[in-house]
Write a protein that binds this ligand. Structure first.
Ligand code: NFE
Length: 504
């Protein structure tokens, strides 16, 4: 008989998520993904000045605000028919690139690594590193104390099999600590042109407000070099170390194999080539993306609006207590398909469409090194690995974008807000495909709808009863101990969920 197991709350993610699974014969047979909070940004935006949108929507999240600001200015640029000049485009790529780097670093080291690394190994540290000794002394003192939760937030944790090699654990813990500084450095890199971070005031329709100076270029060059060093020598190495210790996680966490990428990091003006291309993969076939195929279902979501609406007509009417509904996350679908979004989707679209050679070569080198086939990337470790590869691709490209900046050249093109109009801004946040749909009437926002990466990945069932991507990926996961469903939690974290965004 199936036994219910609740991971509630899912810790070490952004926002409030509960995942319930049914376990039969030691494996997950069903999964339910529950977004646990309503926020209401789409309602807040109604009736406001359209130019408020890129500032207000950035407050949806502190981790991917740049992407929300970008989606909002792209929607407005379509409505006002304006494009950024070259310098504006490149500055945006650098700010967004820096945001990817910090987001991927925090996801691996500070949110996911403790699924695999044994933090308790620190008590056996014998070296002279000051930070490690500080951590060791603190953990020992905590464990000897009568605190209710000693060594929180590292402990308590789901118990199970963690890395057993002490040196490997210590190396990863050292990188965990260093990653705090590198993440901060990535924010400094982005803030050089963002004005400040995490919420970037510089983003406006038509470009950015921050000018290019030789001093800023020099500062950015030195920061990106340091970040590249960390990504190449620590992040990628730690991912391979985890992969060697847990090879079975290339077979756990398989999704539908349907991928959606809107494309991101334009390499020339609007609708031109992008570092990561736009595309859709359904049942192994790469297809041209068609925005009109996107709709949202709410049968199992706590909203009273009808299912199947296009986001331009989308409604957000909360209905707490709705019969049969179990999540504050809507269920976006492409046609009838639940689509996986994120680094895996971007890399799969790029690889299968024969796109950017740098990406293809890096994926091929990784497959050679691990002896895996491309399909194995559709897994827990595959998602972690391609996120790290993507971090490298973005960091390397960022260095070149900095070289392409032109001191003193214009950073924005002027525009007029339209009296009536509409626009969709499609971009890729670190966690995947992000769209903002905006209707303008009498110079005010009439309707605003966001479909966010974690809304795609963590959706509940749709009107046909088809489970969302994470709900599908967790099925089949072996759970050794129902009191410690560590294996299922690893599947959940591989998606890097952000529920703050998903429930927006
Ligand atoms: Ni709140 Fe986000 C990203 C967006 S996730 S982190 O990346 O958009 O849904």
């Amino acid at each position: 008989m199936a036994k219910k197991v609740h991971i509630d709350p899912v810790t070490r993610i952004e926002g409030h998520l509960a995942v319930s699974v049914e376990v039969e014969s030691g494996k997950v047979s069903k999964g339910y993904c529950k977004g646990e909070m309503f926020r209401g940004f789409e309602t807040i935006l109604k009736g406001r000045d359209p130019l408020d949108a890129q500032q207000i929507t950035q407050r949806i999240c502190g981790v991917c605000p740049v992407s929300h600001g970008m989606a909002s200015v792209l929607a407005q640029e379509q409505a006002y028919d304006v494009d950024p000049p070259e310098n504006g485009r490149i500055i945006r790529n650098i700010i967004l690139g820096a945001n990817y780097i910090q987001s991927h670093i925090i996801h691996f080291y500070h949110l996911s690594a403790l699924d695999f690394i044994d933090i308790k190994a620190i008590v056996n540290y014998k070296g002279k590193d000051r930070a490690l000794n500080n951590l060791k002394d603190w953990v020992k003192a905590e464990l000897a104390s009568d605190s209710l939760y000693p060594a929180a937030p590292f402990l308590p944790r789901y118990e199970g099999r963690y890395i057993e090699n002490t040196d490997l654990n210590i190396m990863a813990i050292k990188n965990y600590l260093d990653a705090l500084d590198y993440r901060s450095l990535a924010h400094k890199l982005g803030a050089t042109f963002a004005g400040k971070l995490p919420h970037a005031p510089t983003l406006i329709p038509g470009g950015v407000t921050e000018k290019v100076t030789s001093k800023k270029i020099a500062a950015c060059k030195s920061m990106i070099k340091e970040l590249k060093f960390f990504v190449d020598n620590m992040y990628l190495q730690d991912i391979f170390a985890v992969a060697q210790a847990f090879p079975e996680y290339f077979n756990i966490g398989k999704g539908y194999g349907n991928y959606l990428s809107y494309g991101v990091f334009p390499e020339a003006s609007r609708n031109s080539q992008q570092l990561f291309s736009q595309g859709v993969i359904i049942e192994g076939d790469i297809k041209k993306f068609n925005v009109s195929r996107i709709t949202e279902d709410v049968k199992y979501s706590l909203f009273s609006s009808p299912s199947g609406l296009s986001p331009y007509q989308g409604e957000t009417i909360p209905a707490p207590g709705k019969d049969g509904a179990y999540s504050w996350i809507k269920a976006p679908r492409y046609g009838q398909y639940p689509m996986e979004v994120g680094p895996l989707a971007r890399i799969m679209v790029e690889y299968l469409s024969g796109g950017n050679q740098v990406t293809i070569d890096l994926v091929d080198a990784t497959l050679r090194k691990t002896g895996l086939k491309i399909g194995a990337l559709d897994s827990v470790l595959g998602r972690h690995a391609v996120r790290a590869l993507e971090c490298k691709i973005v960091a390397d490209r960022c260095e070149k974008w900095i070289d392409e900046l032109k001191e003193g050249a214009v950073v924005f093109n002027d525009f007029n807000i339209c009296e009536n109009g509409k626009g969709v801004g499609l971009t890729e946040a670190p966690r995947g495909a992000l769209g903002h749909w905006m209707n303008i009437k009498n110079f005010k926002i009439e309707n605003y709808q966001c479909i966010v990466p974690t809304t795609w990945n963590c959706s509940p069932r749709d009107k046909e009863g088809t489970p969302g991507v994470l709900e599908k990926a967790v099925v089949g996961t072996p759970v050794e101990d129902r009191e410690n469903p560590l294996e299922a939690a690893r599947v959940v974290r591989s998606f890097d969920p952000c529920i703050a965004c998903a429930v927006h």
